[in-house]
Design a binder for this molecule. Structure first.
Ligand code: NI
Length: 393
C-alpha cells in the first residue's frame, strides 16, 4: 500500500512539469526527421534525472534505459516527437512559434508524458524488476518513418514487450481504449498513369481520350469494395489526386491518378493491389489506351498482442476503474508503431483527450486540433502503473 501512495505522490509532483514540457514542445514544433531541438531538450531532461543510460541512436531520436535493482524482463515505452506541416489556428497562448509547422496530432503530449514517466520511474528504481527502455522516436508522420530506423539500429532487439500511447481527441478525456488485435490499418498509396493519344478536341476520332478512360477507371475502382470484397472485411480505396490537361481545346496525352488504400488483412491488401491493376488494364485496353501502375506499401497495420493487451486491460481497470475503459475496434488510420511489432509483442493504447465543454473537439491533423491537458496525467499514470503488471512484480 505504501508503495502505491509513494507512486501517486510522485505522479502528482511531476504533473505541472509535464504540462510545461508539453507547452514547450507545442510552441516549438519540428517536422519529421528534423526534431533537433526537441530531441536535445529530451536528452538534457533525461540526463538530469540522474538514473538513466541515455543514447542517441539516430540524429533526432533519444533512448534511455532504466535498469532496476532486480533482474527481469525488458519493457519498451515509446513516444513519437514530430509535428506536421500545418499552420496552427488555435489561438493558444503557447501556439506554434514556427509558421506552417504544428503539433496537430498530440505528439507534444506523448513526449511530455513519457518524460514524466521516466522521471517518476527513475525515482522508483529500487523497486523495479528488470529494465525499462524509454524510446523517444522521431518521424512518425512521414513514411518510411522513424520506427523502422530504430528497429534497424537494434533498439528493440532485446525487448520482451513494447507499449505506445496515443492521445485521441475523438475519445473523451478520462476514457482509455482497449483494442484486441488490429488497431490501425495497412496504409498504402498508388500512382496510376492512364496513357491515351493526344490531339485536337474537335477531332476525337484521331485521339484516344485518357480523360474519359480515367473517369471510367475511377468509377470502376469503387466496385472493388462493393462487388469484389468479402462484406465482412474492411477496405477503403480513395482516388484523391487527378491531373489532366493544360488547355480546353486539347485532348491530353495522359492523366495522372493518385490514391490511398487502407486495409487490415494482408490478403485483402494483396487483393486490392491486383484488382486495381486488373481494372486499370482492362478499362484502358478496352479503349485502346495503356497504363503505368505503381503501388507504394506504407505502414503496416498495428496489431495488438492479445495476451499483453489482457494484462494492459487488467492494469488499467485496477488503476482507473472499469468505467474508464472503452473497447474499441480498429480504425483506418496509419501508425508506424507497427514496425516494432514485427520484432516484439506490443500494445498500443488510445488515451482520451477530447472535451466538448472546453471545445476540444477538432480532429487530428486539423489546424485547431488541441488536447485536454488533464489527459497528460492519465498517460503518465498508465505508463508508470503498467510496468508492474508487465514486468510481473
Ligand atoms: Ni499521431
Amino acid at each position: 500500500m505504501q508503495n502505491i501512495r509513494v507512486e501517486s505522490q510522485l505522479i502528482k509532483e511531476v504533473q505541472d512539469q509535464v504540462k510545461e514540457w508539453r507547452r514547450y514542445f507545442h510552441r516549438n514544433p519540428e517536422l519529421s526527421f528534423k526534431e533537433e531541438n526537441t530531441s536535445q531538450f529530451v536528452f538534457d531532461q533525461l540526463m538530469s534525472f540522474g538514473e538513466l543510460n541515455v543514447t542517441r541512436p539516430t540524429k533526432t531520436s533519444v533512448v534511455a534505459s532504466l535498469v532496476g535493482k532486480n533482474p527481469g524482463k525488458i519493457l519498451g515505452l515509446r513516444a513519437d516527437m514530430d509535428a506536421l506541416p500545418i499552420h496552427e489556428e488555435t489561438n493558444l497562448e503557447f501556439a506554434s512559434a514556427s509558421p506552417g509547422v504544428m503539433h496537430a496530432c498530440g505528439h507534444d503530449g506523448h513526449t511530455a508524458m513519457l518524460l514524466g514517466a521516466a522521471k517518476v520511474l527513475s525515482q522508483m528504481k529500487d523497486e523495479i524488476k528488470g529494465e525499462i527502455r524509454f524510446i523517444f522516436q522521431h518521424a512518425e508522420e512521414l513514411p518510411p518513418g522513424g520506427a523502422q530506423e530504430l528497429v534497424e539500429k537494434g533498439v528493440v532487439d532485446d525487448l520482451d514487450y513494447i507499449i505506445g500511447l496515443h492521445l485521441m481527441s475523438p475519445l473523451p478525456k478520462g476514457k482509455i481504449g482497449i483494442v484486441y488485435g488490429p488497431l490501425t490499418s495497412n496504409s498504402d498509396t498508388f500512382d496510376l498513369k492512364i496513357i491515351g493519344k493526344g490531339g485536337h478536341s474537335s477531332q476525337p476520332e484521331n485521339s484516344i481520350d485518357p480523360v474519359l478512360i480515367s473517369a471510367q477507371v475511377i468509377n470502376n475502382l469503387q466496385q472493388i469494395v462493393s462487388r469484389n470484397l468479402d462484406p465482412s472485411e474492411k477496405l477503403v480505396i480513395s482516388t484523391t489526386t487527378l491531373q489532366a490537361g493544360t488547355a480546353k481545346n486539347v485532348i491530353p496525352e495522359s492523366v495522372q491518378i493518385g490514391g490511398s488504400v487502407r486495409s487490415f488483412c494482408p490478403k485483402v491488401r494483396e487483393q486490392a493491389v491486383s484488382l486495381i491493376e486488373r481494372i486499370a488494364k482492362g478499362v484502358t485496353e478496352a479503349h485502346g489506351g495503356s497504363y503505368e501502375f505503381q503501388y507504394h506499401y506504407g505502414y503496416d497495420s498495428v496489431v495488438n498482442d492479445l495476451e499483453l493487451t489482457k494484462r494492459v486491460e487488467e492494469s488499467i481497470v485496477q488503476e482507473f476503474g472499469s468505467e474508464c475503459v472503452v473497447y474499441g475496434e480498429g480504425v483506418m488510420g496509419g501508425e508506424d508503431f507497427s514496425a516494432y511489432l514485427k520484432r516484439v509483442p506490443g500494445c498500443f493504447i488510445p488515451v482520451g483527450a477530447g472535451n466538448e465543454e472546453k471545445m476540444i473537439v477538432y480532429p487530428h491533423h486539423h489546424p485547431r486540433f488541441d488536447i485536454d491537458e488533464e489527459a497528460l496525467q492519465d498517460g503518465v499514470r498508465i505508463l508508470v502503473s503498467l510496468q508492474k503488471k508487465i514486468l510481473e512484480y
